[in-house]
Design a protein around this ligand. Structure first.
Ligand code: NAP
Length: 586
């Protein structure tokens, strides 16, 4: 390297092989201290990262920091250039870097530095983990339920910059084409923007999100979209997302539909559930039932809104971390701006940059160091030692400077933190929450679907899974006991000599046993059941199922899998409840 950037001689570069990082014990990591409050938070955070690495690996591992220049500091060094080529090259070459906030110079002709960075390095995924840390003030009743990682597509959508100002020649040309040749209808002189969403762009984003979920033992990936309105852009994103999961991760993923229809609500060990939600529902859900969501994959605009909204639920921009990534290059960054009024006052919260560094350590596979910081941070904030922004929200807080806050965290890191206990507790809490939700999915699938914002489309979405099936020679009396015990209103009867499946409902017992004064103990279910069993395939639409039920004049059907085995029961009550709640599915 020539110019102002000097690679440290005591470090080695990180490399990538087949998309996986090869991290030496003394990796060179790039850092840009940033403008405004940048130097304050960078200085404090670096001390914490180094202390955690030292403590976790006893000197075996150590970061070799390499300063890179962007923003005002770069402009001073590189003759007014805010984003020098040398920095661009180093960010690509070092693969992993971290940056503070940057001032976008005011005045014509400047692209935002952050936009330039994303575009020039093709950092197509903006990754924002949002979780609650004990002690951090939050407006939610149970902020600990928030633990999501948002993967936002960074290059496409209405942010692609394809816009034509009202009244301009280009606008008029495009408007004429749309109206005259495409039959489009809109008000004259409307400003026009184009929303490109490509298969390539969508799939590489979703691929990254799914890979992250697999690597980090996450439960689900949710595709967020408004495909009900914008079918060929947002709807296509959803379709491509599912397609990618099916084609590239068939062993590691299942769809939410399969979760209910094939697995009765029980997530098979290690499988990531791929689901989708309409964007406006996600905003509601992240307030009402945030623990239903884990990794979220979004297009650019939805993701922009969502990341800040969710961050605000658990502490706001002062502590929300983030990163922008391409296949191999990652630039971690504070998500807030330069807050110029606080520059050089050693005053602000370093949390956003600090946790971006925690993400970076996790990205390197240095989980122990990352956990040490998280545990230490919670200890310090819980004891109400905080910077001004939290101090004004926590009663009885001791307000400290940025550097003093860092001192307190480092003291915890070097003190008697039991990191194993911290990890175990966190894992136990996650496992417990997953079990509770699984139990609810298994016992009341419809209620659970509704509560978690899923719109049922198929018979498989609505059916009550794992129906009880009995041999035909079981007595009606035994079957009645079982139905009462299990709280179910029908059982399936297995094929006897006639080779036919059947279904026996409470109504059948009333009309064929009780009203005829036959003793339940002396009649076999095979004689009472209605046959042949009317079945519908698990992927049948609700409309088609309703049509079949009414034409067969029945209130319940068995749902079968591709081998024709009954795997669930769906009733008119289920369909009624769904349509009442969500309307007729598309
Ligand atoms: P900002 O710098 O994020 O500051 C807005 C407010 O957020 C601050 O006044 C402060 O609130 C709070 N805040 C931000 N960082 C904080 C921290 N570390 N600790 C505690 N509170 C914090 O947004 P802005 O004022 O709109 O933008 C200022 C400059 O930053 C602009 O030049 C903009 O272009 C740039 N910017 C850069 C980035 C980036 O580099 N990633 C992102 C956004 C903006 P209180 O006043 O209530 O204390």
């Amino acid at each position: 390297m020539t110019g102002h950037i000097k690679y440290p001689t005591n470090g080695e570069k990180i490399t990538a092989k087949d998309g996986k990082l090869q991290v030496p014990d003394n990796p060179i990591l790039g850092y840009v201290e940033g403008d405004g409050i940048g130097p304050d938070i960078t200085r404090a955070s670096m001390r914490i990262w180094d202390a955690a690495v030292e403590k976790a690996y006893g000197g075996k591992r150590k970061v070799a920091w390499c300063e890179l220049f962007m923003g005002e500091k770069a402009a001073g060094l590189y003759d007014g250039n805010y984003f020098p080529e040398e920095t661009k090259a180093a960010l690509k070459d070092l693969l992993v870097s971290i940056k503070g906030p940057l001032t976008t110079p005011v005045g014509g002709g400047f692209r935002s530095l952050n936009v330039s960075l994303r575009q020039d390095l093709d950092l197509y995924a903006c990754v924002r983990p949002v979780r609650h840390y004990a002690g951090v003030p939050s407006p939610l009743k149970k902020p600990e339920d928030v633990d999501v990682v948002i993967f936002r597509e960074n290059t496409e959508d209405v942010y692609a910059g394809i816009e034509y100002q009202s009244g301009s020649a280009e606008n008029k040309k495009l408007a004429a084409f749309l109206k005259n040749e495409m039959g489009a209808n809109f008000f004259d002189d409307a400003g026009l923007g184009v929303k490109p969403i490509s298969e390539f762009g969508s799939k590489r984003l979703v691929r990254k999100a799914i890979q992250y979920a697999i690597d980090n033992n996450r439960e689900s990936v949710t595709l967020v979209h408004k495909g009900n309105i914008m079918k060929f852009t947002e709807g296509a994103f959803r379709t491509w997302g599912y397609e990618l999961a099916r084609e590239e991760f068939p062993e590691q993923t299942i769809t939410e539909e399969e979760l209910y229809s094939t697995y009765g609500g029980k997530r098979p060990e290690g499988k990531v559930v791929i689901k989708d939600r309409i964007a406006d529902i996600i905003f509601q859900m992240m307030l009402l039932r945030p623990n239903e969501f884990d990794v979220l994959a979004t297009m650019n605009l939805n993701g922009d809104y969502l990341s800040d909204a969710v961050a605000a639920e658990v502490g706001g921009v002062g502590i929300a971390p983030g990163a922008n990534m391409s296949d191999n290059v990652a630039v971690f960054e504070a998500t807030h701006g330069t807050a110029p009024k606080y520059a050089n006052q050693d005053k602000v919260n370093p949390g956003s940059l600090l946790f971006s560094g925690v993400m970076m350590l996790e990205h390197l596979g240095w989980q122990e160091a990352a956990d040490l910081i998280t545990a230490a941070y919670q200890e310090v904030v819980t004891s109400k030692i905080v910077t001004y922004d939290f101090a004004r929200q926590i009663e009885g807080a001791s307000e400290v400077k940025t550097s003093q806050f860092a001192d307190a965290i480092i003291a915890q890191i070097n003190g008697g933190l039991d990191i194993e206990e911290f990890r175990e507790e966190r894992e136990k809490a996650i496992e417990k929450d997953r079990k509770v939700r699984e139990l609810r999915r298994v016992s009341s699938p419809l209620e659970e679907m509704i509560a978690s914002g899923r719109i049922p489309h198929t018979v498989g979405d609505l059916m009550n899974p794992s129906p009880i099936s009995l041999p035909p020679e079981t007595t009606v009396e035994d079957a009645m006991h079982l139905m009462r015990e299990k709280g179910i209103s029908s059982v399936i009867t297995r094929p006897g000599e006639d080779g036919q499946w059947g279904i026996m409902t409470q109504r059948d017992v009333i009309s064929r046993i009780v009203s005829k004064a036959r003793a339940p103990a002396s009649v076999k279910v095979g004689e009472v059941a209605s046959k042949p069993l009317v079945t519908v395939p698990v992927d049948m639409t609700l409309n088609d199922c309703a049509e079949k039920m009414s034409s067969s004049n029945i209130r319940r059907c068995a749902v079968t899998d591709k081998d024709q085995e009954p795997i669930g029961i769906i009733s008119d009550t289920d369909i009624f409840a769904s349509v009442e709640q969500f309307g007729l599915p598309e």
